[in-house]
Design a protein around this ligand. Structure first.
Ligand SMILES: N[C@@H](CCC(=O)N[C@@H](CS)C(=O)NCC(=O)O)C(=O)O
Length: 227
């Protein structure tokens, strides 16, 4: 295959699933730092690829694609047969279902929670709102908790594209300093993900505890604050 081009800062919640999929599939790629403190989204050149001026965007030969779940699905269909793409139609549909559930279910309160904590100065945090968002995220994740009671991965007993968007969200959710219920089945699944080198490399890097640390992590190669 040709070299895949990926535009997006690696600490973006929507870039991480793409990078994790790329690493699981061992695809050759070049990643371009845009978005966040790197800027570069509001240019004619970038908007001609992605009129939303958001990350991620990928280019694979002639194909330019945005929307992280669409990108993950594409990569898994094109390069993931026998691996991240379930073989059977019903399992593929189930994987699609959980990817949609992620975006429309827990991700919504989770991303607001993440911003309300990590990306807000401690003095400006709204404790009542944080508690509400933490509760809403947990309530939604209880659905996954029940589901994972009888399987190792989200679809069946091996990693598939269904796990890809949800893993990075859960990684950060478990690291946030917020009220959380016990979620033993999600935790056991998360530990399975942590044992994967691709997940460790593309998802498990530090992101900081406040806006200053966030920006230091964003600018650091390793994700670690340099000060
Ligand atoms: N639904 C889109 C959302 C894309 C999105 O909102 N990306 C955020 C980062 S997570 C973004 O581009 N923010 C502006 C920035 O990074 O400067 C997807 O899943 O790809």
């Amino acid at each position: 295959m040709a070299m895949l081009d990926i535009w997006g800062r690696r600490n973006s919640s929507n870039v991480m699933p793409v990078m994790w999929a790329v690493a699981e599939l061992a695809l050759p790629y070049r990643r371009h730092d845009v978005g966040g403190s790197f800027g570069g989204l509001d240019t004619a050149a970038y908007r001609s690829m992605n009129p939303n001026a958001r990350v991620p965007t990928i280019r694979d030969g002639e194909l330019v694609l945005w929307e992280s779940n669409a990108v993950v699905r594409y990569l898994c269909r094109r390069y993931g047969a026998g691996g991240l793409l379930p073989d059977d139609d019903a399992d593929r549909a189930r994987a699609d279902q959980w990817m949609e559930w992620h975006k429309n279910g827990p991700y919504r309160p989770y991303i607001d929670l993440f911003w309300a904590v990590v990306r807000t100065e401690p003095a400006l945090r709204d404790a009542a709102r944080i508690a509400r968002l933490a509760r809403a995220t947990a309530d939604s994740l209880e659905i996954l908790e029940t589901h994972l009671g009888s399987r190792l991965y989200i679809v069946g007993d091996r990693l598939s594209m269904a796990d890809i968007p949800i893993g990075p969200m859960v990684h950060r959710y478990f690291a946030l300093d917020v009220e959380r219920p016990e979620l033993p089945n999600i935790w056991a699944w998360y530990e399975r993900l942590c044992a994967r080198p691709a997940f460790a490399e593309q998802v498990m890097f530090p992101f900081g505890r406040n806006p200053a640390e966030w920006y230091l992590c964003e600018r650091s190669e390793t994700g670690a604050p340099s000060a």
